[in-house]
Design a protein. Structure first.
Lengths: 113, 113
């Protein structure tokens, strides 16, 4: 089946540290891959996406590269800020189930001053 | 501005009652989705609809019902048959193709009292 595995949190970093959140996936066919961010008490916001192998999605200093050979889509940021504290979800989308997104369990990030 | 609106933001339900959560979008999206979010479990798909007057069960549909009489609206009813309804409910909409991400509402937090 289709599934997403994320590193478990919480992840605690100091401001300006380098961030990596690992994400690997299992899918039939060729999925599109997404990272979403959720701030406390809110819905999810699309952070970035990649729709085919070797694509790099980027937004607000975050990047992730679609690696088909390792079935991975790791999220990175060179210098985190306190305002990046949130929960991050990796997700894939395929034709199954009406193109419903399959989500990982989320990784909580806390950035301290 | 286009968007997706969920209401109410907070909802309290007594044991044995049915409650309906509202979800409205003005993005002209064909597909709409309901997810349930519990701490540490990520998002789980309840129901989805790709077209008006048609909807499909997701992974955890038991105890829930939906309707899709209008393209803009996809209400979710949490019935008394749902054994553990306390959760955060998220509605989303999208174009029906895997290259697109979702737009999420801000969620409804349901608590059984």
């Amino acid at each position: 089946g289709n599934s997403v595995t994320q590193m478990e949190g919480p992840v605690t970093l100091s401001e300006e540290a380098f961030l990596t959140i690992n994400c690997t996936y299992t899918a039939t066919g060729y999925p599109s891959l997404f990272w979403y961010v959720q701030y406390p008490g809110e819905g999810l916001q699309l952070l970035l996406k990649a729709t085919k192998a070797d694509d790099k999605g980027s937004n607000k200093g975050f990047e992730a590269t679609y690696r088909k050979e390792t079935t991975s889509f790791h999220l990175e940021k060179g210098s985190v800020q306190v305002s990046d504290s949130a929960v991050y979800f990796c997700a894939l989308r395929v034709q199954r189930s009406g193109y419903a997104l399959n989500f990982g369990k989320g990784t909580s990030l806390l950035v301290t001053p | 501005d286009g968007g997706i609106t969920q209401s109410p933001k907070y909802l309290f339900r007594k044991e044995g009652q049915n409650v309906t959560l509202s979800c409205e979008q003005n993005l002209n999206h064909d597909a709409m989705y309901w997810y349930r979010q519990d701490p540490g479990q990520g998002l789980r798909l309840i129901y989805y609809s790709q077209i008006v007057n048609d909807f499909q069960k997701g992974d955890i549909a038991e105890g829930y019902s939906v309707s899709r009489e209008k393209k803009e609206s996809f209400p979710l009813t949490v019935t008394s048959a749902q054994k553990n309804p306390t959760a955060f409910y998220l509605c989303a909409s999208s174009q029906t193709a895997q290259v697109y991400g979702y737009t999420f509402g801000s969620g409804t937090r349901l608590t059984v009292v």
